[in-house]
Structure formats: structure tokens, C-alpha cells
Design a protein around this ligand. Sequence first.
Ligand SMILES: [Zn+2]
Ligand SMILES: [Zn+2]
Length: 80
Amino acid sequence: MLELRPNCECCDKNLPPAATDALICTFCADCVEHVLKGVCPNCGGNFSARPIRPAAKLEKYPASTRRVLKAEGCGPRKAA
Ligand SMILES: [Zn+2]
Ligand SMILES: [Zn+2]
């Protein structure tokens, strides 16, 4: 089961399980478009929309509460 992270690694925006602007691995659509330019800083690959996990599955496989945030920042915008 995919780890359902609670936040964007880049800007720490909350990304609840039902968020439709979450892309893995795990950033919000805004950062992907404007900061990361579509390239994942973790794996170098492209992003894919995070599947919405239905409530029934959330009971069995709860969303992670471990927030991951890139300490060094994730893009050129942060450095400026
Ligand atoms: Zn973000
Ligand atoms: Zn990745």
C-alpha cells in the first residue's frame, strides 16, 4: 500500500487523503508546476496523480501522519 503522506514535501501544504491536487511522491500540484517543473527531486521521474483512497480502504490502511518536508528546500524558488 502506498504511504499516504499528509503534506507536500515542498511547501508543507496539507494534503488530506481526499485531496485532488496531490501528486506523488508527494507534492502539491502548485509546487510541481511552479517549483519542481514537473521533475521529482526524490526519484528524478515524473509525477502522477495520487489515487484517492476510499473511506473503506482508509479504515484498513490509514493515511500516514508522518510529515515529510525537504529540509534543504525543494526548488530554486526557495533559494532566492
Ligand atoms: Zn507544495
Ligand atoms: Zn518521485
